[in-house]
Design a protein around this ligand. Structure first.
Ligand code: ZN
Length: 111
């Protein structure tokens, strides 16, 4: 996505100001992985929604993603994903994990 396309999709001043004040590396990540899409891994696996861009001075921008209910780890948060490891899915059908999936995940935790 180009900067112009991003501004056309996000016409609200708040989002545009947020974008304008990001460091260059984060802007690049935003255009590569816009905030309002669902994503797959490069291999086509997984189904994620983007939760945040992680800005650390002097380090490459990473993404925090959440697996959807039809992904391989429903509800699991993934930290530190490189934007280049993701591709836009765009199905618009990302859904949060079900209550049963969340309960199953909790059951797997060591006590
Ligand atoms: Zn999708």
């Amino acid at each position: 996505m180009t900067e112009k396309e991003f501004f056309l999709q996000h016409r609200d001043k708040e989002t545009q100001d947020w974008y304008r004040t990001r460091p260059a590396s984060v802007k690049k990540a935003i255009l590569s992985c816009p905030p309002d899409e669902c994503y797959r891994g490069k291999d086509g696996k997984g189904h994620y929604i983007l939760r945040s861009y992680v800005e650390r001075k002097g380090e490459p921008t990473r993404l925090t993603m959440v697996h959807g209910r039809d992904s391989f780890w429903p509800g699991t948060i993934v930290f530190g994903m490189p934007p280049e490891d993701l591709k836009i899915c765009g199905c618009g059908k990302w859904r949060p994990p079900t209550k049963q999936q969340i309960a199953a995940t909790k059951g797997d935790r060591p006590k």
